[in-house]
Design a protein around this ligand. Structure first.
Ligand code: SF4
Length: 208
């Protein structure tokens, strides 16, 4: 099914707000169907959007999904793009989640301030219970080599600055790396997370 902006995985209701992204990560699940014909999808869903949904559209679909899945515990902002491109809609949907007694989680590349041209971390911390920031690498060069951020090697510092600001504002920040980087890099990643007061999660590599 096309235009999937709300999808269910386990006890999480996932919201896919945009296909825009400031990175072009080598490992992105979008790469497995970049030509949009050999579609593998993600968790069985087609996450390429025909349009970016309004918050009202998302809330309507989410409400229906909650009726069908009363086991839902959280709304997760995650999809084929960087959710903070749509910070206003993200906050509106997060308000709906909290009204329904659900937790909220954001999976972000940490470029939200650079994308919006302003510091959005107040809004993020006020609306998101768990802020997952993809660390991906342990320095700017390595990050650029695999994530190809819009701001070149600065993209790494922009991400770290965002994560640090969220921590300072009291946010629950969980940075992540994938397990294939090896123990030495994982230790460095832990040190980076520790240095800004964030947690670190080591994720399993997803192979499309
Ligand atoms: S930041 Fe996320 S959505 Fe963007 S290219 Fe990387 S993995 Fe894909």
């Amino acid at each position: 099914m096309k235009d999937q902006y709300v999808y269910q995985t386990g006890t999480g209701l996932y919201v896919n707000l945009t296909n825009r992204c400031s990175n072009r990560c080598d490992f992105c699940v979008r790469n497995y169907d970049a030509d949009k014909t050999k579609h593998h999808g993600f968790a069985g869903y087609d996450l390429w959007l025909d349009h970016e949904p309004s918050s009202d559209e998302v809330v309507a679909k989410a409400a229906a999904a909650l009726d069908a899945h009363p086991e839902t515990e959280e709304i997760v902002f995650c999809g084929y793009g960087e959710p903070t491109y749509r910070v206003e809609q993200l906050c509106a949907v997060a308000d709906f989640a909290h009204e329904r007694g659900l937790k909220t989680r954001l999976n972000t590349n940490g470029h939200g301030n650079a994308i919006n041209g302003r510091d959005i971390t107040d809004d993020i911390v006020a609306h998101i219970d768990t802020i997952g920031v993809s660390l991906n690498a342990t320095d700017a060069k390595k990050y650029d080599a695999i994530c190809h951020g819009k701001w070149g090697e600065k993209s790494f510092d922009l991400m770290l600055d965002f994560a640090g600001r969220c921590v300072k504002r009291g946010g629950n920040v969980v940075m992540s790396v994938v397990d294939i980087i090896g123990q030495e890099e994982i230790a460095k990643a832990q040190a980076i997370a520790d240095s800004i007061g964030a947690k670190l999660r080591v994720r399993k590599m997803i192979n499309g």
